[in-house]
Design a protein around this ligand. Structure first.
Ligand SMILES: [Zn+2]
Length: 468
């Protein structure tokens, strides 16, 4: 068989890996959007192979850097099924629809569009899909359970193992028999952390011959030793009680917001913080929360038991669900101490932008960043030393306090990654391919694994192909 790494090569986004079996059967593992690519460039090609030749697609989890190009794959002639877990299918539907509506506004904001239907079609053909293309892709999803081996065809089976990271996130292990020889190859997808709120711990994998492993935090350990409960209580006390100010938290709508609301519920918010209100201000997050409630059987033991005792585990006294844009704007006039949780997490769009704009020069405000922000986004400009940030073309001075924490990070750190690989026997594991990390992180992770005795650790280039 052959493996080609078509994305997330020496970078974090754009996961896309192709397995070709000896008889030509082709399996695509993830089909993610590459956020470093410029969709307006003439040489932009989100699917760099013949889509109609792919027999089957596997999706490890819902994040767009793993799922975002699936509608383009279908649009370009992919006829097969897309296998993933149930929560992944539900969350992917939400994220792809949201992405399609962003594409729609981008297309409509192009002044030439009104005069030319052909231009709209060419933009869609280039990869700017709309709701119709999302519906076509979602029609191909087939859900599989964790830990149940599914025989795709004789000599080819697939098992999903729990990866933590996000509700429904899976590692995919293939067992392939070719010429009487059995080979196992695992794709880690994105690996989560142990004891992460809501989610079950990542599972150890069975022994495999080849491992395609993420390496986002291959060069660093998470710094915070506090629990999410301790961290959030401390910051709310400092901001809303001691200073009587407002705490603004930019948070991804899917995953991070649910974690935050769950933790605020778990600390019994009202009993600790009296009348302080928490505004949850993201329509997509509200839909994501419904999916988390619907698929509560995929949550960890603690969250499941809370669900059985109280139903919706993301709702609590003092939580205000903000529905429309007018209500969202009106929060600016609310003069009492409060917490605002809004998206997008990297402040690239959405309602968080006006909350930041209205409050960033308020010294009674704290902005807490809890997730990854890609280089060049407004979120990445926010650091405890920021004096100004550029938002929608304007430089805005920063008077608010900026606080960062990694306690909510959904990715395994260096130690977790090393522990994960260490479950594999050094001689039986023939080759490790590092993907989904910046080059610096991969180099460091490669060196750590080599020190441990894993001799064959490869950092692939985009499009590089191996015979396994
Ligand atoms: Zn992810």
């Amino acid at each position: 068989m052959y493996l080609t790494i078509w994305g997330a090569a020496k970078q974090v986004t754009g996961s896309m890996h192709l397995l070709e079996l000896a008889d030509g059967y082709k399996i695509l593992i993830d089909c993610g959007a590459d956020f470093t690519a410029d969709a307006y460039k003439p040489d932009y090609n989100p699917i760099p192979f013949e889509a109609s030749e792919i027999n089957l697609a596997i999706l490890t989890h819902a994040h767009l850097d793993h799922s975002g190009n699936l509608p383009i794959l279908v649009q370009r002639g992919f006829q097969g099924q897309i296998l993933c877990t149930k929560p992944t299918a539900a969350l992917t539907g939400l994220l792809l629809s949201d992405y399609a509506s962003i594409n729609k506004s981008k297309i409509l904001s192009n002044p030439k569009v009104k005069k030319s239907a052909a231009l709209v079609n060419s933009m869609i053909a280039a990869g700017m899909y709309l709701e119709k293309q999302v519906d076509e892709a979602m029609g191909r999803f087939v859900a599989l359970a964790f830990n149940k081996t599914f025989e795709i065809r004789p000599g080819l089976s697939l098992t999903f193992y729990k990866a933590g990271h996000l509700l429904g996130a899976a590692m995919a292990v293939f067992e392939i028999v070719e010429n009487g020889i059995t080979k196992k190859i695992a794709f880690s997808g994105d690996l989560g952390r142990k004891n992460y709120p809501l989610l079950e711990d990542p599972e150890p994998l069975p022994q495999v011959d080849y491992l395609v492993c993420e390496s986002t935090y291959g060069n660093r350990a998470h710094e915070s030793n506090a629990t999410p409960e301790e961290e959030i209580e401390k910051i709310i006390t400092e901001t809303c009680v001691e200073k009587a100010g407002r705490l603004i938290i930019p948070a991804f709508s899917i995953g991070r917001t649910q974690t935050l609301l769950y933790i605020l519920n778990k600390i019994n918010f009202k009993s600790k913080f009296g009348k302080i209100k928490v505004f949850a201000d993201s329509p997509l997050a509200r839909e994501g929360t419904k999916v988390y409630n619907t698929h509560h059987e995929y949550l960890n033991v603690e969250a499941r038991s809370m669900y059985h005792n109280q139903g919706n585990i993301f709702d609590f006294d003092n939580l205000v669900d903000v529905f429309n844009f007018k209500e969202s704007k009106a929060i600016s006039n609310y003069s009492q101490p409060c917490v605002i949780v809004s998206s997008s997490g990297m402040i690239t769009g959405g309602r968080i932008q006006h909350h930041i704009q209205r409050n960033i020069n308020n010294p009674y405000c704290t902005i807490l960043t809890i997730g990854y922000s890609a280089e060049g986004t407004p979120g990445a400009q926010l650091s405890p030393n920021s004096h100004s940030i550029r938002l929608n073309g304007k430089d805005i001075p920063v008077a608010a306090k900026i606080v960062k924490t990694d306690v909510f990070s959904g990715h395994a750190d260096k130690n977790d990654l090393i522990h994960f690989v260490s479950n594999q026997n050094k001689t039986s594991l023939k080759q490790i391919f590092l993907v989904h990390g910046e080059e610096e992180s991969m180099n460091s992770f490669q060196a750590s694994l080599q020190e441990l005795g894993y001799a064959n650790v490869t950092i692939p280039e985009k499009g590089q192909r191996w015979e396994l």
